[in-house]
Design a protein around this ligand. Structure first.
Ligand code: ADP
Ligand code: MG
Length: 448
């Protein structure tokens, strides 16, 4: 492999594990400049990227590089322009490949990405209900389901679906002001409006909207000011018959630290969930995406990929990219054997293996706690239950031994771990909400 192929292989693996947005932010315009004496030099466009790659992705990058070329023991990042003579080499990837960072123009007025439309959204039993609701809303904004609340795990199409509603309304109702906002953005707008004393302008701007789409609303959990602003905005828009569309990784009742008054607003309209796609739909999605990218692979290849990648549509897309990269570099289509080897590494790569750390992280996140709080001896009610849940999951999902579980939680002894495990097991039988919570946590553990 030359440097370019090496780096493309690294990018292909990384792309499977992070969001497209993160991927293009941190990996756009990067390349391996040289690979000598065990050290790979990675060229990056600026100091932000350098710092991020160094701090956040270095272990991951090094591991992949080392797997590909065991001589590589170290990675160094440096800022610079691509040397001119390397430009010609860049053309190895065709335009249709996502790794070429096919930039879609985000609509400035609506903040919508034009690639998210109903026409490219595959419908199956797993998303039929939310899809039908989305279509209904796009035909009669503000009149049928308000708010429309779509929830489901990572990479299952929430953003695609809610943006499709926006694009459809924008196309058919020219006068309506549609606005898509990720919740993190909304939150930071509230914070800066307060800081800069521009809250009136902020309110004014949002109150003019006819269709407000707020993505990943679980992020406003625990953010009181944001919730307060959103509550007032919600009421104003709702009373004026404006459409509100929300997405979240869990249903309203499972969003902890969400003000009760907001929760009841969220529950006041239509709630629809997207579950994981079945095998047929996964195959259909692969074929649709392949068609969009004007490539085609054998039926057995689609079957194989859809059989191994089960719960995340973003990963299905990543798999397709990987096949395309292979095809482009080698000028031939991968057969089943090659496909299996292409995916062997990924399927057994370390971030597919669920670690105790990951379980603890997800549980802490889910209950809005810090990891270290979860691991202390605190007897506070808000901590005791999540800690028991974490112990339960370590036992149930990772088959960790009770003494080892106890040790992870400030050296508690094994009887505590056994007690927690049994307690959760028993409570789940009678408490539907807890059962559902644990289901959602498991989904997060296995799909994120
Ligand atoms: P989420 O917001 O739930 O994490 P996204 O909407 O970002 O998921 O979807 C991840 C990727 O999968 C996107 O590229 C999207 O286009 C694609 N995708 C998801 N669901 C479908 C679907 N039903 N049909 C076609 N593509 C889909
Ligand atoms: Mg999303």
């Amino acid at each position: 492999m030359n440097n370019q192929e090496l780096w493309q292989a690294v990018l292909a693996q990384i792309q499977l594990n992070i969001s497209q947005a993160n991927f293009s932010t941190w990996f756009k315009n990067t390349e391996i400049n040289s690979n000598k004496e065990g050290k790979a030099l990675v060229l990056v466009p600026n100091s932000f990227v350098k710092e991020w790659l160094q701090n956040k992705y270095n272990n991951h990058i090094l591991k992949i590089l080392h797997d590909l070329d065991e001589n590589i023991k170290e990675v160094e990042y440096f800022i610079g322009k691509k040397p001119v003579e390397q430009k010609t080499e860049e053309i190895v990837m065709p335009e249709t490949d996502q790794l070429e960072f096919q930039e879609f123009k985000i609509n400035k007025d609506t903040n919508l990405n034009p690639k998210y439309i109903f026409e490219t959204f595959v419908v199956g039993p797993f998303n039929e209900m939310p899809h039908a609701a989305a279509i209904a809303v796009s035909k009669k904004p503000g009149l049928v389901y308000n708010p429309l609340f779509i929830y489901g795990g990572v990479g299952l199409g929430k953003t695609h679906l809610i943006q499709s509603i926006g694009n459809e309304i924008d196309k058919n109702f020219k006068k309506k002001k549609v606005r898509y906002v990720p919740s993190e953005r909304f939150t930071s707008e509230v914070v800066s409006a307060i800081k800069n004393q521009t809250i009136d302008q902020f309110k004014q701007k949002y109150r003019e909207i006819d269709v407000l789409i707020l993505d990943d609303v679980q992020f406003i959990a625990g953010k009181e000011k944001t919730q307060e602003e959103f509550f007032h905005l919600f009421n104003v828009l709702y009373e004026r018959g404006k459409q509100i569309i929300l997405s979240s990784d869990r249903p309203p009742r499972a969003i902890n630290s969400l003000a009760e008054r907001l929760r009841s607003r969220f529950e006041g309209g239509m709630i629809a969930d997207i579950s994981a796609p079945d095998l047929e739909t996964r195959i259909a999605i692969l074929k649709t995406k392949a068609q969009e990218k004007s490539v085609e692979f054998g039926e057995d290849i689609y079957q194989y990929i859809a059989g191994v990648i089960k719960s995340n549509i973003r990963e299905l897309e990543g798999a397709l990219n990987r096949l395309m990269i292979y095809q482009n570099l080698n000028n031939k289509k991968p057969d089943l054997e090659i496909t299996k080897t292409l995916f062997k590494n990924i399927l057994s790569s370390p971030n597919r293996i669920i670690t105790p750390k990951k379980v603890i992280q997800v549980v802490a996140d889910f209950y809005d706690l810090k990891e270290k709080d979860l691991l202390t001896c605190s007897r506070k009610k808000e901590i005791v239950k999540p800690r028991q849940v974490a112990m339960y999951l370590l036992r149930q999902e990772l088959k960790d031994s009770f003494p080892s579980i106890g040790r992870k939680f400030s050296g508690k002894d094994h009887t505590t771990a056994i007690h927690s495990y049994k307690k959760i097991l028993k409570e789940m039988e009678k408490d539907k909400k807890l059962e559902e919570e644990i289901g959602l946590i498991k989904e997060q553990i296995f799909t994120s």
